[in-house]
Design a protein around this ligand. Structure first.
Ligand code: MN
Ligand code: MN
Length: 303
């Protein structure tokens, strides 16, 4: 379930923009955020009734769970990058010179004071993510219907937060998530169609937004990322191909659907922007000492 890279490579932020980070926090810990999609599918798959008889449906919910974990990591990284800015622009002034005076006016002062600008599971107003956002009834049709609704609602929120973002980091995160959210909405719609015969796919896209005006989303469609559903394994969940099937076409009618074994892997360098900063915000932090310790531990581990 874990990989040593993000799902996509993110650009460096231009500047610290903690209010943009706070807005992006809605997509992490808001009611329709990634914490909600992750926990919905995770607990639905853990508590799934008649797993064996209904295997393709269990596999679908379980494999999308793994992707949502990757989305949580991606948004968390985006928030942290926006909150802190590029390492080269980290404040270096002495604590007595109030290097973070500007943070008094940021909308999430508590998040910065306590969490050092990390992405944490709160919404854009600092309210904690809430377990009551997790929906599980044990009725498969109702749960799939809820998941379809959740993905459609999440798309609307992502679009609104995208429209608030001026830094490339937030736009890149949301462009990618808009595409993947559309894929998940289509996946749950197809599951409902194959289970009940009801053509939920005719409703798509809900909301009715194309990605033509969103370059950060459009480029992932040009790459064909909207054709694929990942099963995060070369061993498990192959039967999702019964739902995400080759005889179906993408939501924009440009090509057949495809199941791929492993998720995209831009490599460990995709984590490169998350550097520590020896600033007055963490005055006792001595990076060279910690790097030396890390080097020794790494050498030891390699034997
Ligand atoms: Mn997601
Ligand atoms: Mn999703």
């Amino acid at each position: 379930m874990r990989r040593d890279s993000l799902l996509i490579d993110l650009p460096e932020p231009k500047d610290a923009d903690p209010d943009a980070g706070a807005a992006l926090n809605e997509i992490l810990g808001g009611q329709f955020g990634e914490m909600s999609t992750l926990n919905n599918y995770m607990f639905q798959s853990f508590n799934f009734r008649d797993k064996t008889k209904l295997k393709p449906f269990h596999s679908l919910v379980a494999s999308i769970t793994a992707e949502e974990l990757g989305h949580v990591e991606l948004v968390t990284t985006g928030i942290s990058l926006l909150n802190n800015g590029p390492p080269s622009k980290a404040p270096t002034a002495h604590p007595a010179d109030a290097p973070y005076a500007h943070m008094r006016k940021a909308r999430d002062v508590a998040g910065f004071a306590m969490g050092a600008g990390a992405g944490l599971p709160f919404d854009s107003n600092g309210r904690p993510w809430n377990a009551t956002f997790t929906f599980h009834t044990g009725n498969l049709v109702l749960d799939l219907l809820h998941n379809f609704f959740l993905e459609c609602g999440a798309r609307m929120h992502k679009l609104r937060v995208y429209e608030m973002q001026t830094d490339p980091v937030g736009r890149e995160v949301l462009g990618y998530l808009l595409v993947r959210g559309s894929v998940h909405a289509q996946a749950f719609a197809l599951a409902l169609k194959k289970l009940t015969g009801v053509e939920m796919t005719n409703l798509l896209p809900v909301p009715n937004i194309t990605h033509d005006n969103i370059p950060e989303a459009r480029k992932f469609e040009v790459e064909g990322r909207h054709r694929v559903l990942y099963r995060f394994s070369d061993r498990d969940y192959a039967d999702i191909a019964g739902i995400w099937s080759e005889d179906e076409t993408t939501y924009d009618k440009t090509g057949p659907l495809e199941v791929v074994d492993l998720p995209p892997d831009p490599g460990p360098d995709s984590l490169k922007a998350m550097e520590g900063s020896a600033s007055s915000f963490t005055p006792d932090y001595a990076p060279e000492e910690i790097l030396e310790i890390a080097r020794k531990l790494y050498g030891k581990a390699k034997g």
